[in-house]
Design a protein around this ligand. Structure first.
Ligand code: MN
Ligand code: MN
Length: 471
């Protein structure tokens, strides 16, 4: 049949924005590709619920793909695949390019910490024949979302002898579970009249962990003693060992395909392990690039990128300096600065997707939508772009061309309405070093909640975007 598009329709196709839903008209083969890729992603989410677990898994996958510890190299040549781990919570991977590093690097950086509840340094107590762990939340959470859901405990207890006890309990089918209780509606008249932000208070996020008293009438705190006795038998620890522990309370439920059409992923920690997994897969498949490709998986983004495992730490400069030294290039600070000035980066972090149930929080013309590809945020920040890395127009144009030429569907957006939304990522930190940086990641619903949602199509497009960027 002949093309019967009207003149106006043709003009509209040519001149106006037309972001289509990526699932429309997709071949079965492409759908299969996306499903397979996301099966791996779902597995990654279930294996990695903390930054330490994500680093461990990244190391295992990297070793399998032929990457080796940077410290094992005496010199580097193009095509070499290396990684470096910073205190078990931050990993940087690189594939050495054929060009001189001074021409710049292609960097993709994601974070592997997620909002959660941490145990306080002195967590164990007993009240009214219940034993509890006190917690202190990490990152921006809605506290009411963390009560009455099954929770697991993941982390490490560092002992004085230098060894670490690894803890991971609550996820498996035959494991026990843990929960933070809430008041029944019948008795919650006062609580229900409170503001949503105050209904559950930080000091009430206490994890229920036991209720049987130790069998000895002569001692006090019998339930606490009984729990400590069980922990001593299981992990060989005493109460004081909690002082040197990092134990994180995370949702116990596993990530799964969401919807009758299996088009989405529901799971904890997709901010930002979705960008971590997709950028990791991208670098693992990068072979012989012109420019050295780097993937950063960093910790502490959710609390401001601080600390020695966060993006503000010097680990990245040290890593690039080391690449230079081992490539027999000069590694003085001027060279480093020139490299950074010539480098470009995708700050791979999730974007708050448009949710029709909460439509009024978004500005529809500048929101990201499920099924429309990887999201670009030219700027983040809040209230007049404060705190934003505002990507240069020329850099955005360069990426538009790269993505269009390689069939990577992308969309451009802001996080919420001008006076209501906003946020921050690691983008500004690398921009401060002189790089061209833009935020580029997967749109997510219910971000920062215990069960976030993403579109498999957008997950796949994020992976494709990072891959063509590092090629
Ligand atoms: Mn994030
Ligand atoms: Mn976040």
């Amino acid at each position: 049949m002949a093309d019967i598009k009207s003149k106006g329709q043709k003009l509209k196709d040519k001149l106006l924005l037309n972001d289509k839903n990526g699932w429309e008209g997709m071949s079965d083969a492409e759908k299969k590709n996306i499903t397979k890729f996301c099966d791996g992603y779902i597995k990654f989410l279930n294996t990695c619920k903390t930054e330490r677990e994500a680093v461990k898994e990244a190391v295992a996958l990297a070793e399998k793909a032929g990457f080796k510890l940077l410290s094992k190299y005496k010199s580097l040549k193009p095509g070499d695949k290396v990684y470096s781990v910073n205190r078990g919570k931050n990993i940087i991977l690189a594939v050495i390019g054929s060009e001189d590093m001074e021409n710049g690097l292609n960097v993709v950086g994601a974070h592997i910490d997620s909002p959660r509840l941490d145990l306080k340094p002195n967590p164990l107590y007993e009240d009214s024949d219940f034993a509890y762990f006190k917690t202190h939340y990490y990152g921006g959470i809605k506290k009411y979302q963390w009560v009455t859901i099954p929770l697991a405990i993941h982390g490490v207890i560092a002992l004085k002898d230098g060894s670490n006890v690894e803890v991971r309990v609550g996820d498996e089918e035959d494991d026990v579970t843990f929960v933070i209780t809430d008041l029944l509606p019948h008795m919650a008249k006062k609580q229900m009249e409170k503001k949503l932000s105050e209904g559950i208070e930080g000091e009430d996020l206490n994890l229920l962990i036991g209720s049987i008293p130790y069998n000895d009438d002569k001692v006090s705190e019998k339930v606490k003693l009984n729990i400590m006795n069980i922990l001593n038998e299981k992990y060989g620890i005493v109460e004081k060992d909690f002082i040197s522990a990092e134990l994180e309370i995370v949702p116990a439920f596993n990530a799964k395909s969401l919807g009758f059409d299996r088009s989405m992923v529901a799971g904890y920690g997709q901010d930002d392990r979705v960008c971590a997994y997709t950028s990791l897969q991208a670098i693992l498949e990068t072979k012989a690039p012109k420019k050295t490709a780097i993937c950063i998986l960093v910790d502490k983004e959710e609390i401001g990128s601080v600390g020695n495992t966060g993006m503000e730490a010097k680990a990245f400069e040290t890593f690039v300096g080391e690449l230079l030294r081992l490539s027999k290039q000069d590694s003085d600070i001027n060279v480093l600065n020139r490299i950074f000035a010539n480098s470009r980066m995708l700050s791979a972090d999730v974007d708050g997707a448009f949710d029709p149930i909460y439509a009024s929080a978004s500005e529809k013309r500048n929101a990201s939508f499920f099924g429309k590809g990887v999201g670009l945020n030219k700027y983040t920040g809040a209230r007049g772009k404060s705190g934003a890395n505002d990507a240069n127009a020329e850099y955005v144009a360069e990426l538009r061309k790269l993505f269009d030429d390689n069939n990577v569907q992308f969309q451009i957006s802001e996080l919420g309405k001008v006076d209501e939304g906003g946020g921050g990522t690691i983008a500004y930190i690398l921009a401060n070093k002189g790089m061209n940086v833009i935020d580029c990641g997967t749109p997510v619903l219910s971000m920062h909640s215990p069960y976030e949602v993403s579109s498999k199509y957008d997950v796949y497009m994020s992976y494709k975007a990072y891959k063509v960027f590092m090629k």
